[in-house]
Design a protein around this ligand. Structure first.
Ligand code: PLP
Length: 446
């Protein structure tokens, strides 16, 4: 391995870093000039595609005007972004905006905001935030604590608050998202048991990903699920927080993902697609009712030093303007069924349990036996082998899965992707699955 590359990945010492020298549209280019189709938009981030000159121009303009101010101060860049978000992106009623530097910080801020809200209402015993048992909410200690991504939490339990969990809408009996609508509907009812067990007077909020991202590889709940969860949470005096870090800003084919489930959350957090990978940017959004107790008590939600940098706001504003001008969310809605149709032959593969997801956030889960849903032996690393073989085929798929979802990948392409690139993506996935299956069979002596 090249020494400079190794040094660039000091905390992933076993890993040969995949080197990328530049990118354009839906393609990454290695230092040798080899194109790799970015079927995952990086970590499901690059919604408008890579290296748009208009965004670079907006960043240059903003930086030459203003570099840094204390995050609580107002700037024209922030004002413009807030205006755009309120007008075109946030659900009606979610009007209060604040910015952070990414998804983990946005969740951390939401946990603090929920606690602060309850404290100021005199509900001093309410501190727990209920998460779900298959979820990822980032890597701060509060994000790891409210989430349940088994692999990413492993070993950190002593550092984490023991937040209760509700069942994810992933059937724990049949161990697969597709199988049994009845089990999945019961998942919401089991939130009632959590309130009963913990005591509602201890619970500040319930947090959920509208569609489970990296932990579950795009698990879509049944239609009424989040409505029911929000109703239960509110009936018990808790807030409902939607984590839209992966699902927000068009990824599911709507401005924000939760809108498709008919719920307006009390708090909503975003990241990834907000600035489409052009800036380290996240947001925390809330209804006026959530912020009112802070206003009344003249208390602020403490900021992070680099929150809402003028250049980041200008970049996010430009990225969202491009999405609006090019009608990219409508494009996701139109092309998602086309992509699903192309993926139908992947679902037929004997090692594919299911292709699932919504819009341009799709998951493919792998099993050893399609009929019995038996998993591959964990040590075979089937999902990782698919990702590695995909890169050999010239396409990057995002590795996903945790706990019961052992081997999976996600597709989260830029919204600008063409049908020709979709064909390339599906062909490469088919070959990558074949290659992984062959390697695992050879390794097991089958
Ligand atoms: N929440 C969700 C739903 C995510 O998918 C992620 C990242 O994948 C995060 C939070 C954490 O975001 P970040 O990695 O930007 O800190």
């Amino acid at each position: 391995m090249d020494e400079s590359q190794r040094l660039a990945s000091a905390f992933v010492p076993y890993h040969v870093p995949f080197a990328v020298a530049r990118a354009e549209g839906a393609y990454l280019y290695t230092p040798e000039g080899r194109p790799i189709l970015d079927a995952a938009g990086g970590a499901i981030v690059a919604n408008i595609g890579h290296a748009r000159a208009e965004v670079a121009e907006a960043a240059k303009e903003a930086l030459s005007r203003l570099s840094y101010v204390v995050p609580t101060w107002a700037t024209p860049e922030k004002a413009a972004l807030v205006q755009r978000l309120r007008t075109n992106w946030l659900p009606p009623g979610v009007t209060q905006c604040s910015f952070v530097s990414g998804g983990s910080e946005s969740v951390d801020a939401a946990v603090r905001l929920a606690r602060q809200y309850q404290l100021l209402r005199g509900e001093t015993g309410r501190w727990k935030v209920v998460g779900s048992d298959l979820s990822y909410h980032g890597v701060t200690t509060s994000g790891l604590a409210v989430g349940h991504h088994a692999n990413r939490r492993a070993g950190f339990d002593p550092l984490l608050l023991q937040f209760p969990k509700m069942p994810a809408p992933y059937c724990l009996d049949c161990q697969l998202g597709r199988d049994d609508a009845r089990c999945r509907e019961q998942a919401a009812d089991r939130l009632e048991e959590v309130f009963e067990r913990e005591g509602e007077e201890t619970i500040a909020a319930v947090i959920a990903e509208p569609v489970t991202g990296s932990a579950g590889a795009a698990v879509v709940p049944p239609p009424g699920h989040w409505k029911r969860v929000a109703e239960i949470a509110r009936r018990h005096g808790a807030l409902f927080i939607a984590d839209e870090v992966m699902t927000g800003f068009g990824r599911l084919g709507s401005a924000m993902g939760i809108q498709q489930f008919g719920v307006v959350p009390d708090i909503m957090v975003g990241g990834k697609g907000l600035a489409g990978g052009y800036a380290a940017m996240g947001g925390i959004f809330a209804t006026e009712a959530v912020v009112a107790p802070l206003v009344e008590a003249r208390q602020e939600l403490m900021f992070y030093t680099f929150a809402g940098l003028p250049v980041n706001c200008a970049i996010a504003d430009k990225v969202l303007a491009i999405m609006e001008d090019e009608r990219l969310v409508e494009r996701v809605r139109t092309l998602a069924p086309v992509l699903r149709k192309k993926l139908a032959r992947i679902e037929e593969h004997p090692n594919v349990a299911e292709v699932r997801g919504m819009g341009f956030m799709l998951g493919v889960e792998f099993v050893k036996d399609k009929e019995t849903l038996e998993r591959f032996p964990k040590e075979s690393g089937f999902g990782g082998k698919v990702v590695a073989a995909g890169i050999q085929e010239g396409v990057f798929f995002y590795p996903a899965g945790s706990g019961p979802v052992q081997d999976a990948i996600m597709l989260g392409p830029p919204f600008t992707i063409t049908e020709t690139d979709m064909d390339l993506m599906v062909d490469a996935l088919e070959k990558a699955i074949e290659s992984a299956a062959t390697r695992v069979a050879v390794a097991s002596g089958a």
